[in-house]
Ligand binder design. Sequence first.
Ligand SMILES: Cc1cc2nc3c(=O)[nH]c(=O)nc-3n(C[C@H](O)[C@H](O)[C@H](O)COP(=O)(O)O)c2cc1C
Length: 188
Amino acid sequence: MTIMTILGSPRRYGNTAQVLEWVEEHLKEMGHEVDRANIWEYVIGHCRESHQCRFPESSACGMPDDAASLFERMLNSDAVLFASPVFCYGFPAPFKALIDRLYCLSGYHEGPDAAIRLHGKRLALLMTCGGDEESSGEIMSRVFSNLVRFWGAKDAGFWLSPFSDPGGKADPALKPRAVGFAETLGTP
Ligand SMILES: Cc1cc2nc3c(=O)[nH]c(=O)nc-3n(C[C@H](O)[C@H](O)[C@H](O)COP(=O)(O)O)c2cc1C
């Protein structure tokens, strides 16, 4: 399989990046191809709610930025893994901008090209946070499962890793969990 991974952390070598790297390593060992995008290296504008993407003559978002190339890579992949820190019980702003823009690949279109483009796509979410699992786990897993339903996609796994080292790197003791998460994601 080709699995696209999207790092939503501003820290290229932080907790989320480290856990994601362990997951990616194992996916590659399983024989999968990994296509990584670091969201902070792309220009992703904010959804302006033009609703142009809902009408036949404009089948996707018309905003002229880097989002279209990311959409294409997502659609060309068998699965997409989002990896992000928890920021204020949600996603960091640039990553949230991408999530909002995925509206154009959802089932909200009208007319003959009303395909739900993310329909059936296997999506997974991996998050790290500074607090405990209870404080952010329930809300973030609920957000994720609601999004998966809205996009008509398939849930391929959710994992929130708690008590990360602020400004540091993930504890190597987390690696076996990362490998287990990769096993689930990489086994259709
Ligand atoms: C602006 C900001 C908001 C945060 N909000 C939360 C939060 O709501 N809940 C939580 O448990 N941790 C929160 N954290 C901690 C981060 O989620 C945690 O340190 C994360 O692992 C950072 O990932 P990184 O090293 O990949 O950047 C926040 C950190 C920052 C900088």
